[in-house]
Design a protein around this ligand. Sequence first.
Ligand SMILES: Nc1ncnc2c1ncn2[C@@H]1O[C@H](COP(=O)(O)OP(=O)(O)O)[C@@H](O)[C@H]1O
Ligand SMILES: [Mg+2]
Length: 269
Amino acid sequence: MQGAALTVRDLSASYGPVRALRSVSLDVPEGACVTVLGGNGAGKSTLLRAISRTLAFHGGSATGTVHFDGKPLHGTGADRVVGEGICQVPEGRQVFARMTVEDNLRAGALGARGDRAAKAAALRRVHELFPVLAERAHQRAGLLSGGEQQMLAVGRALMAGPRLLLLDEPSLGLAPLMAARIADTIREINSQGVSVLLVEQNAALALKLAETAYVLEVGEVTLSGNADTLAASDEVRRRYLGVVDEDAAADAGRATAEHPVLTRWEDTP
Ligand SMILES: Nc1ncnc2c1ncn2[C@@H]1O[C@H](COP(=O)(O)OP(=O)(O)O)[C@@H](O)[C@H]1O
Ligand SMILES: [Mg+2]
């Protein structure tokens, strides 16, 4: 597995008159795990759709540039994006409920590069990562639990042999233990060389996985930097990690009074 770098510059996106992203720039270095945090409606899914060139399927459009492995992706089709090695695990999993687990996985290999041997190897790897998908191969996907469906959605994306995995809120709606298991597999996939761009509302989980984090608010990047530094900052602890530390909250309140809220800061990794 060989990851590749993604570079997004000045990306803006709209759905008709609704502006969803404003001049977003971000980087996923080769082999890195990068997270984008943000609440509901911040523009996280829109960002992934703009990268995977699937925005038009949702009635949206984008301007700005996206380069992958040095090649421009803006102006190309969603099929070419998959061919280049970018796979998206959509929000809400969206497995084919009436198809078997095995057929869902096969569908993930459609349109991917690689011969039969490569696809067989990809299937073995998915079964190693998620043994339950081998055990349930002939069951309908709709019968799996939420966590198992998320595993299937990730497994389906891996069938295409991605160099960059786009994950849209994989922990959403899962019990904490299941979310932690999904996080472990994301770490494992990343450690095998696949670059990861993870968008999450679950900041605690995402900041543990990623090296670099961006905070998206109403379509704009308001904070970015090293994930550990961000996790330690009062602003992020209070707003995204739900830390109710009275002193920290008072400090943050004072800081807010002195400085404008969420001034953009960056630190070089
Ligand atoms: N298909 C769509 N048509 C119109 N507006 C949309 C569509 N999808 C998202 N939006 C709007 O774009 C903004 C960003 O949404 P989204 O990217 O889904 O945010 P997030 O994934 O962070 O919850 C929101 O204001 C949302 O209402
Ligand atoms: Mg979303």
